[in-house]
Design a protein around this ligand. Structure first.
Ligand code: NIG
Length: 381
């Protein structure tokens, strides 16, 4: 791959020090080879002048559910007409996913990944969780493993019809975990009233940790609950949603290495209150922003939308929101050494905005601002 020097950068956000003006960036192979002032840039095979545009690391979307089939437009429309979100719709997607062929699942996944990349997402996590049988969960994990950067096992998404919670938890922490393990790095559990209670969540997570997987938790989405506390106690990399937090939850997160991953597009789509990002940040917690792209609770792949919402509604500064959607996501995936950052040796994942500064992400909400994207050093847009 030819080395590329990107010049004419209006504002360079690296997440490795203050934003730089009059900067240049050299990409060599799949890595960042040089960062500095344009006048000192070394020669390269290819020169791309971005004519004053802002450059930042590609988005790191650390929470999606993209192995699915089917559609839940009707559920969304009913919600907008006043019906509550109960997560019961997961069963609708499970039925459609089980009925789909491998090729159909791969096509849906690939389509959404391409959609995300075209908007500047360069590192993406996705989960199983719409299979809920051993065969369907293993199939989902296998299909995802070839396509995305990180795969999470979410067999504990919902107790499927026809089984008891006790029996299903045993299946998840036993045969299902064993089947998916070759394809996944993470395990997750939907710790919520109506899904998995604290004991069941703990049983799944401790088995996954013993099998060598990192932990993530869906917690405190629809109401206060034990998810955040459990995630912190078990040393999970991230607890996602964090919509309903007590003071003790905020303190626990602030005193831990567990990232609070906020999913504001989901809260808007499910008519939940918006998470209290300011409270978390002011307490010292690490915050990530992710899309939660899935057909039920948050059908968007737009990290820019999440950033704009975080600024306009969650009262994060633009810098905090951009960092949360890049470095924060990387930290939630324990990959901050190589993605979500532009420094020598990091992955050459670069997002050029059609705007002079990242402020425009919130100043011009809803406007597609992605001008160019490099992913692993390859120009993909
Ligand atoms: O993160 N909360 C649980 N899981 C997904 C929603 C899945 C669905 O409704 O299909 C979420 O919001």
């Amino acid at each position: 791959m030819a080395a590329t020097v990107i010049t004419g950068i209006g504002e360079l956000t690296t997440n490795d020090g203050p934003a730089l003006a009059d900067a240049a960036l050299v990409l060599d192979g799949d890595r960042v080879a040089w960062v500095g002032t344009a006048s000192a840039a070394p020669p390269a095979d290819l020169r791309v002048d971005v004519e004053g545009r802002a450059v930042l690391p590609g988005w790191v979307d650390s929470h999606t559910h993209l192995v699915f089939a089917g559609d839940r437009t009707a559920e969304f429309a009913a919600r907008m007409a006043g019906a509550p979100y109960t997560a019961g719709g997961i069963a609708v997607t499970v039925e459609a996913t089980r009925a789909a062929s491998d090729g159909q699942l791969a096509e849906v996944l690939g389509r959404h990944v391409r959609e995300a990349v075209a908007q500047g997402t360069t590192c993406l996590e996705t989960k199983t969780g719409y299979g809920l049988t051993v065969a369907d969960e293993v199939r989902s994990a296998r299909i995802a493993a070839g396509v995305v950067d990180e795969v999470t096992f979410l067999g504990a998404h919902l107790v499927p019809a026809g089984t008891t919670a006790e029996d299903y938890v045993e299946l998840v922490r036993g045969e299902m975990l064993e089947g998916v393990a070759p394809y996944v790095r993470w395990a997750d559990v939907f710790c919520e009233t109506g899904a998995f209670d604290e004991d069941a969540s703990r049983a799944v997570l401790t088995a996954a940790a013993a099998r060598g997987l990192g932990l993530r938790v869906h917690g405190n989405q629809l109401g206060p609950g034990p998810g955040v506390r459990l995630a912190v106690e078990l040393g999970a990399a991230s607890v996602d949603h964090c919509t309903h937090l007590t003071a003790a939850d905020v303190d626990a997160l602030a005193g831990s290495d567990t990232v609070a991953t906020l999913l504001p597009a989901c809260d808007l789509s499910t008519r939940q209150p918006l998470p209290e990002a300011r409270r978390l940040l002011d307490a010292g917690a690490t915050v990530a922003l992710a899309s939660n792209c899935n057909p039920g609770s948050s059908y968007t792949s737009s990290m820019a939308f999440c950033v704009a919402t975080a600024v306009l509604q969650l009262r994060m500064s633009v810098e905090e929101a951009v960092r949360a959607a890049t470095w924060g996501g990387a930290r939630a995936l324990r990959r901050e050494h190589e993605v979500g950052v532009l420094r020598v040796g990091a992955r050459a994942d670069v997002h050029v905005l059609d705007a002079p500064s990242v402020t425009h992400l919130a100043y011009r909400p809803g406007v597609p601002l992605t001008h160019a994207v490099w992913r692993r050093g390859e120009r993909v847009r």
